[in-house]
Design a protein around this ligand. Sequence first.
Ligand SMILES: Nc1nc2c(ncn2[C@@H]2O[C@H](COP(=O)(O)OP(=O)(O)OP(=O)(O)O)[C@@H](O)[C@H]2O)c(=O)[nH]1
Ligand SMILES: [Zn+2]
Length: 344
Amino acid sequence: MTDTLKTLGWSNHFIRQVDYDEAADPPERPVRISAVHRSRLDGLSAKGAESLSPTASAGMYAVGDWVIATGAAASEPLERTTEITRRAAGEDSKPQLIAANVDTLGIVSSCNADFNVARLERYLAMCAASGCLPLVILTKADRCDDPQSYVKQAEKLSPLLSAIAVDATDDEDVKRLNPWCSNGQTLALVGSSGVGKTTIQNRLTDVVDTTQDIRADDAKGRHTTTNRNLRPTFAGGWLIDTPGMRELRLVDAEEGVDEVFSDITELSAMCKFNDCAHITEPGCAIRAAIEAGDLDADRLERWRKLEKENRFNTATVGENRGHLKRLQKMYNAGKERGSAKRKG
Ligand SMILES: Nc1nc2c(ncn2[C@@H]2O[C@H](COP(=O)(O)OP(=O)(O)OP(=O)(O)O)[C@@H](O)[C@H]2O)c(=O)[nH]1
Ligand SMILES: [Zn+2]
């Protein structure tokens, strides 16, 4: 594997999917998608910047995808390591692909009025469902007396979770994020508007987007980020920035919810009744844990809310399943054609 491909994030996961013999310098080459337009894909390969035309509908590609390009034609995306989706805003219930092959999801929140445990849990569930590693980035540490108390609160949510408090306006401090965006590693930032995603991005990459001052009274920001892009970081990795995701809802994230709330799912397995609603049933392990002070009643309520929301969204999305199945079929047929072509 050349350094260039490795720096782009090419790995054994993708090598296993294609017979790409780099040494032979074949006309087909792996390209990482850096931007998705309506009928065109921007990408990066060992040869440099590429402009490709998609063979599948553009909606099937995401920033971060790997494709095999033959001439200027892009194959369907290779099987992804991770996939970040969300339910589109408004009445449209189709899951929307946001980014692919992201190693770490940086969940950005600030050490002020934006810090909200329920919101963090929601992002963590989304992260768990996507397959990315979560990193909670707590900005505005310089404006807070005790940033470490926020780090502790965040890390309490999951044993697998790392949290880091930074002053996003300080160049040196932001370099502490380098381990997550060097060596071809891809980092994506999510979080409410105004928490500092653009401020971080401006320091990790040489792309400068405008940031906007927020009103001091409510800690709410205004949208300044408008497009998604795969951008090289100074540290030798990649950053994908997505627009403020205030409308984040869960899609098929049941697995994610279970993972984030594993304490509750484990307890509920010990309830006397399989279908225990944890309200008034005798032998309820969850009520017992709350009474014993081992489980926070608020956390149970947050779990209920997220679970219910996820169930509702998944049901609505289910109505679109026929459509998705057809797409999947097309995709698989294309993949077979693609691999036959590559082999032949
Ligand atoms: N003091 C301080 N200010 C910060 C920090 N992070 C962000 N800010 C300020 O907060 C404001 C909003 O930051 P942005 O980076 O635009 O926020 P964003 O998350 O990109 O917002 P959207 O693009 O709307 O999603 C700007 O004025 C930043 O300078 C920080 O760690 N410390
Ligand atoms: Zn129970």
